[in-house]
Write a protein that binds this ligand. Structure first.
Ligand code: ATP
Ligand code: MG
Length: 334
């Protein structure tokens, strides 16, 4: 018998800044799917976060709906878990503001994502980009999440969330659950296919740097074929071979094969054979998701119904947390 009260809570969101990539899939989605069996899970589209980068309104809307369809296409169950859209739950912005006031300027300044993204979008270094981690802390703390499955790139933000929660608890007595990161082994950090020293990002302007989870199989094959490697033509894992090592990570995450097994498999063969095998493994890995996505994305009424259900379930928990938090801080309540 399942005992719901004993189940740990898991939360993870993804920004609709573009179609999710293979990095998001291997670094986040694959963990979400296995965790959904075991825990009380909340997964969703972090659309409030995504306006830190300028987006046309129609694109934002389309990307959010697409992302929602992808989450359902992965097999996440909207009845069993909470699948929702961040902007549908007003408590995120409310708690985000409160946590801004419990976070130091110096702490936020140390976040590498802020440094990276402000360099990348030098014409729009807005305050939202800077306070991104406090909104992320609110996302997590609203639901008393025990575990947050993230890629290695979000580790620093989760550390900050823990610091903010501990600080608040220190001031007002134990209130927030201090969350633990959950970083899967395989595919924790998928790198760009063109600049393998940088992580693969869906907001990258170079289309050849990433593989989208909904990408046409022919395009996947082409992009992997043109992935940057090196001139040695030997498949083994090494810091000095970031391109090949990245492809090995991807291949390993899709097939479960170890680095040694992969090196043996391609001994005496060139990168052509290796890349073809990686591409085939990726296409096969994504096939079920793609089929279901194409079916679901046409059913707007069903997607809206699921979004409404998710928002109601999430708001019930989040509104309560905000109300209790505001009482702790000393806001007048009637
Ligand atoms: P953006 O470029 O807009 O920041 P992103 O690809 O980094 O997009 P996010 O929405 O920021 O995606 O992150 C969603 C989840 O995917 C997070 O848990 C993050 O850690 C994970 N993730 C993102 N990129 C990678 C990657 N290259 N490898 C593994 N996990 C990743
Ligand atoms: Mg990111």
């Amino acid at each position: 018998m399942e005992n719901n009260e004993q189940k740990k809570v898991v939360l993870s969101l993804i920004q609709p800044t573009g179609t999710p990539t293979l990095g998001n899939y291997l670094g986040a989605f694959k963990n979400w799917k296995s965790m959904a069996q075991e825990y009380d899970c909340l997964f969703g589209a972090a659309d409030l976060h995504s306006i830190t980068v300028r987006t046309a309104p129609a694109d934002l809307r389309k990307r959010t709906i697409d992302l929602f369809a992808i989450l359902l296409a992965m097999g996440l169950d909207p009845e069993k878990n909470i699948i929702f859209c961040q902007s549908h739950v007003s408590a995120h912005a409310q708690l985000g503001w409160i946590l801004d006031c419990y976070t130091q300027f110096g702490e936020a300044s140390r976040m590498t994502q802020f440094k990276d993204k402000s360099a990348k979008h030098a014409d729009n270094v807005n305050l939202g980009l800077f306070t991104y981690p406090t909104l992320m802390a609110a996302d997590i703390l609203l639901y008393n999440a025990d575990y947050v499955p993230i890629g290695a790139d979000q580790k620093q933000h989760l550390e900050l969330t823990r610091d903010i929660a501990n600080r608040f608890n220190g001031l007002y007595g134990d209130f927030f659950k201090v969350p633990e990161p959950f970083i899967g082994k395989a595919g924790a950090r998928v790198m760009s296919l063109q600049e393998p020293e940088k992580k693969m990002s869906k907001s990258d302007t170079n289309q050849k740097s990433f593989i989208l989870v909904t990408e046409d199989p022919n395009v996947i094959v082409k992009k992997i074929k043109s992935a940057v490697t090196d001139s040695e033509a030997a498949v083994y894992y090494s810091e000095n071979k970031p391109g090949v090592s990245n492809l090995m990570d991807i291949y390993s995450a899709c097939t479960g094969k170890s680095y040694e097994a992969i090196t043996d498999e391609f001994a005496g063969k060139g990168y052509g054979d290796f890349k073809a095998a990686v591409a085939e493994a990726v296409v096969e890995e994504l096939r079920p998701l793609q089929e279901e996505y194409h079916r679901l994305v046409k059913d707007k009424a069903y997607l809206e119904e699921c979004a409404k259900l998710g928002a109601e379930k999430a708001s019930r928990i989040a509104d309560r947390t905000v109300r209790k938090c505001m009482k702790k801080v000393g806001f007048w309540q009637y």
